[in-house]
Design a protein around this ligand. Structure first.
Ligand code: NDP
Ligand code: 2IT
Length: 445
């Protein structure tokens, strides 16, 4: 790492002790930015990096609620409003027992660059709670969401901060959150949340967008080597919103998707995953992946273990951070891997990224490859602002244009900085320069 940047990075780490994932995300971005500061000394003089690493605002709050047994429950809520140089803070809410400030900050930090890459007018933020939705009834989820919004509402708004979904937060939760926001504020402010239901201000394609976008990005990377997804053997991790829609899109492009996982285990279905059955089990019944194997013949369920023990030519990690380590990466590379598209945020460890890059694997980092979700959120905001709603075909076309645009900008930036094919460098520099220019133009804020 460039010595000037390393000194700033060390200060950031010392100021934010114990936030391992945030340290990892900052380090990874800083490693790309040395050459930019040679060309743009004004970024150093303007203390852009120091400002970027300090969120504009961090909110931590108590979320009290009552479970079905009448017991009082207390969780912790977060919203980190990281950077609004390009637009209102924008980013999802994650409900998962592992959520803490360091995780919300890593996600919010990544979101700044991702959102810049989309070319849409959105800043970066993230939030969530250590609430565990697993095994909770619908009524419990509703009461939790209502309590969460009873604090959050005062911090968000169409022009201020626009949350959406992430792990554990989908259409159901956005509905309960929106209902409570409307009730407290007495405003039908559609643009305050994205990922809404279609009949009440949502956008077609938003549910599919992250997974579809990740696959479009992977296809664009493969094209640069005269390849395509057609006929590839694809392994996906996760079986939530991003994973399911990545599987569906990869299949429409002719890939054979043979495996996916949840936090309990993985399935191998050599005939190709039955997406309708997977949706029924995960989205309708909110069940476990194990049930997929019970309902379909010739499927293996592996309890525990890692889906990355399987061979693939294309790997799409779509579950969570640091789920694919250096050993798994080395094994995949030895067994014929061509490309990785990160549907999740930071799913590959730093060791894994190094292995992929040294082996010349096409590697699409999350902040570029999974940007289709937030980009389509911005399309939802556009539709809300104009009180319009677009067709599926039109919205999907916009998503495709945006993903191809992100791919091409990352590739062009990597070329410009003398490291062709390095999408990590391209994404970090491409996103950073846009935000840095806007920050300098807006003065010391
Ligand atoms: P979901 O809650 O819909 O699904 C998450 C999936 O990942 C589930 O299959 C879950 O399994 C698995 N998972 C979660 N945590 C772990 C863990 N610690 N170990 C193993 N498996 C785990 O979330 P999404 O699909 O929305 O999000 C998946 C990833 O994509 C996240 O990294 C998220 O930040 C990222 N992302 C999401 C976007 C979106 O629009 N939703 C946009 C861009 C990125 P289980 O059910 O067993 O917990
Ligand atoms: O990580 C992400 O980009 C998201 N969870 C989606 C954020 C959004 O505002 O749609």
């Amino acid at each position: 790492m460039d010595a000037r940047l390393e000194a700033i990075r060390d200060t950031v780490l010392a100021r934010n002790p114990g936030e391992g994932e945030f340290h990892q995300a900052v380090t990874e971005v800083f490693e790309s930015l040395g050459p930019v500061h040679d060309r743009h000394p004004e970024f150093l003089e303007g203390a852009v990096l120091e400002r970027l690493c300090e969120p504009e605002r961090q909110i931590i709050f108590r979320v009290p609620w009552v479970d079905d047994a009448g017991r009082f429950q207390i969780n912790r809520g977060f919203r980190v409003e990281f950077n609004s140089a390009l637009g209102p803070f924008k980013g999802g809410l994650r409900f998962h027992p592992t959520v803490n400030l360091g995780i919300v900050k890593f996600l919010g930090f990544e979101q700044i660059f991702k959102n810049a890459l989309t070319g849409m007018p959105i800043g970066g933020g993230k939030g969530g709670s250590d609430f565990d939705p697993r095994g909770r009834s619908d009524a419990e989820i509703m009461r939790f969401c209502q309590s969460f919004m009873t604090e959050l509402y005062r911090h968000i708004g169409e022009y201020t901060d626009v949350p959406a979904g992430d792990i554990g937060v989908g259409g159901r939760e956005i509905g309960y959150l929106f209902g409570q926001y409307k009730r407290i504020t007495n405003r039908y402010e559609s643009g305050v949340l994205t990922g809404k239901g279609i009949s009440w201000g949502g956008s077609l394609v938003r549910p599919e967008a992250t997974g579809y976008g990740t696959v479009i990005f992977a296809e664009e990377m493969l094209k640069t080597r005269g390849l395509s997804l057609d006929g590839q053997r694809v392994v996906v991790s996760g079986s939530g919103n991003v994973a399911i829609n990545a599987i569906a899109k990869a299949q429409t492009l002719g890939a054979s998707v043979v495996a996916c996982s949840d936090s309990s285990g993985y399935i191998v279905d050599e005939a190709g995953i039955d997406v309708a059955l997977l949706r029924q089990i995960k989205e309708v019944e909110r069940g476990r992946l194990k049930e997929y194997a019970a309902r379909r013949s010739a499927v293996t369920y592996v309890d525990g273990g890692s889906v990355w023990d399987l061979d693939a030519t294309v790997a799409l990690p779509c579950a969570t951070q640091n789920e694919l380590d250096g050993d798994a990466a080395a094994r995949l590379v030895r067994n014929g891997l061509l490309a990785v598209g990160e549907g999740a945020n930071m799913p590959s460890t730093r060791d894994a990224v190094a292995v992929f890059q040294e082996a010349g694997i096409l590697f699409g980092p999350g902040k570029a490859a999974n940007a289709g979700g937030v980009a389509t959120s911005a399309l939802e905001m556009q539709q809300n602002a104009s009180r319009d709603s677009w067709s599926f075909a039109h919205t999907e076309e916009r998503l495709t244009e945006i993903m191809v645009g992100i791919h091409d900008r990352c590739a062009a930036t990597a070329d410009e900085y003398g490291d062709p094919g390095n999408y990590v460098l391209g994404a970090n520099i491409g996103g950073f320069v846009k935000v840095a220019d806007a920050m300098l133009a807006q003065g010391l804020i």
